[in-house]
Design a protein around this ligand. Structure first.
Ligand code: ATP
Ligand code: MG
Length: 392
């Protein structure tokens, strides 16, 4: 029996004249994610996309699960494709959904006829398929209010499609359709979630991680690579820059007042990230900051880091509780990696008493003794760049 995947467009269905640009991007993203699973042909009609496998041996469960992580769809379902003929449709519904139908007690059929030339109207199609199934399964009765299973029959231009319940899509906008941004990714819980959230709004994610060897270990770096891979499950592909930040941090430690270490270090992170962002065509930075979480995330501290760069800084978790962020990190599968106990460069040389209400004027004075251009040049000359992809 021929099977396809029906994908219902989410927010892009609301787009006007430029909708096809979004759809083109969506198809490209789907094909990229399915590349190891098999070849599919994509076609579109109204707000539905059809993914048709081009060979018999494709693992459709795998394909559906993968597409559930592609931003841009609200719902998806596997469906069988048959000729637009009532006898064929009834027999196909019995065969395709028979296993489920045998296990349940109540059902209903919902029909949709977008091919207006088809001789029966939607309620007539539903009644005929429903009547047929009742005659074939003695365990079943119809319940239109709370059925155990809803069977969908869609009569479209090319063919008829029969499917069971729809699965949730990942929502959002196709990755890449809103431009590109640079994610400051630490090994913590928040920044991978921030990357996921902005990818969901259609941003292609590029990432920058600051490592401070030998104070931070190779394990810490591998952990960040793993986190990027996990975010790739949704973001598709992430270009990751690992910057050797040791010299910058040592200079700050040696030349600046201790209570300003963290805030100055964070300002340098923003400055370096901004340079790399501009070199790579990114229109914004993304961080996992959340108001009041730690000393460097008070309004005062955020004010001081914000002005360190000119690009907009997107902080999607800014108003979220730690528990809310953790719930998302569990959902997207980054939590277990995030809690592995490797040190981050932020915890190297942490001041005993960080300033929680730093004034920009004082911070600027505290960092005056640093040779900014030399430090930025040093960091930018020690960048290792790699691409990360989803595990499968
Ligand atoms: P958590 O708070 O869960 O430990 P975090 O990622 O929020 O993790 P913070 O120390 O709160 O870590 O840092 C705030 C933000 O600064 C991070 O979300 C991240 O965007 C950025 N950041 C911190 N450390 C690094 C780093 N080593 N490399 C790149 N970005 C970093
Ligand atoms: Mg944090």
């Amino acid at each position: 029996m021929k099977e396809i995947i029906l994908l219902k467009a989410g927010e892009i269905a609301l787009k006007g004249l430029n909708r096809s640009t979004f759809e083109d991007r969506l198809v490209k993203n789907c094909k990229f994610r399915l590349r190891d699973i098999g070849s599919f042909r994509f076609t579109r009609a109204q707000s539905t996309m059809y993914a048709e496998p081009l060979s018999e041996d494709i693992d459709m469960d795998d394909a559906v699960e993968t597409l559930q992580h592609v931003f841009g769809f609200s719902k998806l379902s596997r469906a069988c494709v048959v000729e637009k003929d009532m006898d064929t449709i009834c027999a196909a519904a019995e065969e395709y959904l028979g296993r489920e139908l045998r296990k349940i007690r109540t059902f209903k059929v919902e029909a949709k006829r977008s091919d207006k030339k088809f001789p029966l109207k939607s309620p007539e199609i539903a009644a005929e398929v429903g009547g047929y199934l009742l005659s074939r399964f003695s365990n079943l009765r119809v319940d239109v209010h709370e059925p155990d299973l809803v069977i969908f029959v869609e009569i479209r231009d090319q063919a008829a499609y029969i499917h069971g319940p729809q699965l949730d899509g990942a929502g959002g906008m196709p990755v890449g359709s809103s431009g590109k941004a640079m994610l400051l990714v630490s090994g913590g819980i928040d920044s991978p979630v921030a990357g996921y959230m902005m990818a969901k709004r259609g941003l292609e994610i590029e990432a920058i991680h600051f490592a401070a060897p030998p104070y931070t270990s190779e394990y810490a770096k591998q952990k960040v690579i793993s986190l990027c891979r996990e975010v790739c499950e949704y973001a598709g592909r992430i270009k990751l820059h690992v910057v050797n930040f040791t010299h910058v941090q040592e200079e700050i430690r040696d030349k600046c007042p201790e209570e300003y270490f963290t805030i100055i270090m964070r300002r340098y992170m923003m400055k370096i990230a901004e340079r790399l962002a501009r070199e790579n065509g990114c229109g914004a930075l993304i961080t996992g900051e959340s108001v009041a979480q730690v000393a460097s995330q008070t309004l005062y501290a955020l004010g001081c880091t914000d002005v360190a760069c000119e690009l907009p800084v997107l902080r999607p978790v800014i108003g979220m509780d730690k528990n809310e962020i953790i719930a998302i990190s569990r959902k997207i599968g980054t939590f277990e990696t995030s809690i592995l106990p490797y040190e981050d460069c932020c915890t190297v040389f942490t001041p005993r008493h960080p300033r929680t209400k730093p004034k920009l004027r004082d911070v600027l004075r505290a960092e005056q003794s640093l040779d900014e251009e030399a430090l930025l040049a040093d960091a930018l000359s020690k960048v290792e760049t790699m691409f990360t992809y989803p595990e499968r």
